[in-house]
Each structure stands twice: as C-alpha cells, then as structure tokens.
Design a protein around this ligand. Sequence first.
Ligand SMILES: O=C(O)CCC(=O)C(=O)O
Ligand SMILES: [Fe+2]
Length: 334
Amino acid sequence: MGSAIIPTIDLSPLIAATEYTKSQAAGTVKSNRPVNKIGTETVKKELSRACREYGFFQIVNHGIPVELLNRSLELAKTFYGYPDEEKMKRGPGAPPKGGFTKNPQHLPDRNEFMYIFEPGSPKNVIPENPPQFKEVLEDIFPQYRNLASLIEDIINDCLELPPNFLKEYNDSRDYDHLLSLHYLPASDFENSGKVEHEDGNIVTFVLQDDVGGLEVLHKGKWIPVPPAPSTLVVNVGDTLQVLSNNRFKSATHRVVRQKGTTRNSYAFFYVLDVDKWVEPLPHFTTHIGEPPQYRGFYYKDFVQGRIQDRLNPPARLEDRFCIKHYAISTSSGA
Ligand SMILES: O=C(O)CCC(=O)C(=O)O
Ligand SMILES: [Fe+2]
C-alpha cells in the first residue's frame, strides 16, 4: 500500500468570506465575522499545489449541508434497489436527455446511472419514487453549481488570471449536469466500475458513499480516495489542463467495484458551452514566450469524440480518444 494521500482542503475561510460579502452586498444581515485573509491565502496556496501536483483533492466545510448530501445518497440507494421494471419507467435516458440507464453489456463497467440537469430543464426525467428524490436533487443542484463557481474563482486567482477571466470565458451554465451512479458488486472475475479516464470538463465534484473504490493515478501508482463523511472530491478536468497549458493537471482516475456490496456516488460536472473554442491561454503562451502544448479545438468536437470512444472503445486502452489527441509533441523533448 502506498502512503500517498490526496490533499484535503478546508474551505471554511472562503465560505465565511463569501457569506460576508453576500450579506454586505444584499444590505441585509451584517456578518461580524471578519474576512479571514490569512486563511483565504492558505486555501489558495493549498488548492494551487493540489491542482498542480495531483489534479485531485478533497474539500471539507464547503457550505453544502451534510444532511442534504447524505439524503441524496440514501434516496439514490432506495431508487436503485427497485426492480428494473420500476426504474425503466424513467428510462432509458441517453445523454443529452436525462433518465435511468444501465451501462450496455458490451462495456466492461458494471454500473447504472441517471443524468440530472438543472431544475426545470426539459431534459430532466427524474423518478417520482422515492418521494422527495426530485426535491432533494433540485435543492442540491444549484448548491453544487455555486460551489463550482467559487472553486473557479479560486482557480482564476491561483493561475493569476485577470479578475473574473474564467467566469467570463465559461459564461454559459447550460451544460452543467449531475450524474447519479450505482455500481454493482464485483465478481470473482471482474471488478471494473469505471474504467480509467480523465474528465473532459472544467472541474468535477464527486460525492461517494462509504463503500470506497475511487482511485487516482499519481506518479504511476493508483491511490485510493477513501470515503470521508461530508467530504467532496474535486478533480480538475481536461479543459483546465489545456487552458493552463499543463500548469493544472487533469488526473486519471477509475472506480474499482467492491465484492459483496453495491456503491452509490454522484458526480457533478461543471461544463463549458459546447460551442466554445478551447486552446492554451495567451497568459501561459505568447505573453511569456512559451509554446502551446495543445492545438485548439471546439469543445463539441472533443465531447463527440469522447462519446464515440466510450460507446465503442478500442481494444487497447492507450488507443482511447483523450486530450492527448490535441497535444503538440515537442520534437526537442523526443
Ligand atoms: O463514482 C465515482 O466515484 C467517480 C465517477 C467518475 O469518475 C465519473 O463519472 O467521471
Ligand atoms: Fe471521472
């Protein structure tokens, strides 16, 4: 067992600062809590290091109530415990449409899942049962989104970009989505829950139950990401890796199914508009005389390539379509 563990970052100084600013702006309740400048700077340093070294970290005191997180996991567990006929009343959902789906048999991953979009979206097909599932999902969705926006602000500062640069670039919230995942128990012969991959977006949050199985690749070794109450896992997506010209790392991760038990998790994807052009930002290339590590692409082409690849994966993992497809190889380093 390796001793490496991914960093855990306590966001409380930032959450306090944000509450203070919000209440001041609204002109309502005045917080007596001073903005914790030193705490905020510490968070930024830790987060910056985590994004550079791991591309993966956990956050605590992030402002989303633990009761709501736990409730969302309990309700998902109840839903996936229903017989297939009941679940299929809300399926099959195929992105970009929501709804229940079982991963096709020809793929190695044994999981079932449901895509959830912002409350009120016509793409949503949320089950009526268990009661409160819909209400809880509609409550939690905007909270994930606000948290992602806060993390984006911090990342903007960590990368020393002009104020609000990332927010103005990533200015459409139409494609954000939440994925509810249910993994089946491992058999004696196979245990793949989610084959190794990188996320293509800006950042993802993962909420996992207490079963375990999420692992991240760090310096060539798989590190388990053990579940911890009220903790969210954050991972940097490929888009951020490209924009930052490899300063921030999109970590390879996977889910290994456990024997004798199912596992529930949620992944919230903070996503760029599909019409956006993505390329290394001039702040990390022309402004400082460094060559771009990627050629530019439309986000929709990248997404399309990934979907095709996931549905018809090539025999060899190294042949999978991923962000390396756009990488510029530097002959000097060859
Ligand atoms: O279920 C998990 O813990 C992770 C899911 C994941 O990596 C994904 O959906 O991209
Ligand atoms: Fe992922």
